[in-house]
Design a protein around this ligand. Sequence first.
Ligand SMILES: Nc1nc2c(c(=O)[nH]1)N=C([C@H](O)[C@H](O)COP(=O)(O)OP(=O)(O)OP(=O)(O)O)CN2
Ligand SMILES: [Zn+2]
Length: 151
Amino acid sequence: MNTIRITKEFTFEMAHALSEYRGKCYNVHGHSYGLEVTVKGKPLRAEGVEEAGMVMDFSILKQIVNEAIIQPFDHAFVIHHSDRRFTYLPKATKMVIVNYQPTCECMIIDFAERLQKLFPEGVALHRLMLRETATSYAEWYAEDNKSVQEI
Ligand SMILES: Nc1nc2c(c(=O)[nH]1)N=C([C@H](O)[C@H](O)COP(=O)(O)OP(=O)(O)OP(=O)(O)O)CN2
Ligand SMILES: [Zn+2]
């Protein structure tokens, strides 16, 4: 049976600020992010079951990514825990305080770590693409990251 990659696309809005950064991205600013999630597996060879012919139902993939990534990060402000600027915001502000500089690269590593453990048996995360601006994006590939690496 052939191995197939399937991809689902997502969008979310997020504000961030880079810490210790000498440039415009030190400022609190936002992006409309694009996220592509690709998983790999073999289409189910069975009849009379809901997932027949599928690596994974796109709607299940959507649900997993929505719960793990989109819901926590959409319309949130993301900042490194050592950058005390977040203490000036009202407590009701939706914030994700992270232990990394919230660049495209570090966020995609975080997303990969969150997602990897959530797929059913036989389905593996293959690729993530995180688009930050019309001209900038980062990619994560499973084959590049076979051993766990620190951010
Ligand atoms: N390697 C990285 N460099 C930068 C990141 C990042 O995540 N990884 N992030 C930023 C800023 O947050 C922001 O994304 C600015 O990106 P940039 O492409 O420079 O945005 P512009 O609006 O200037 O894009 P143009 O299309 O070039 O006008 C900074 N660097
Ligand atoms: Zn930015």
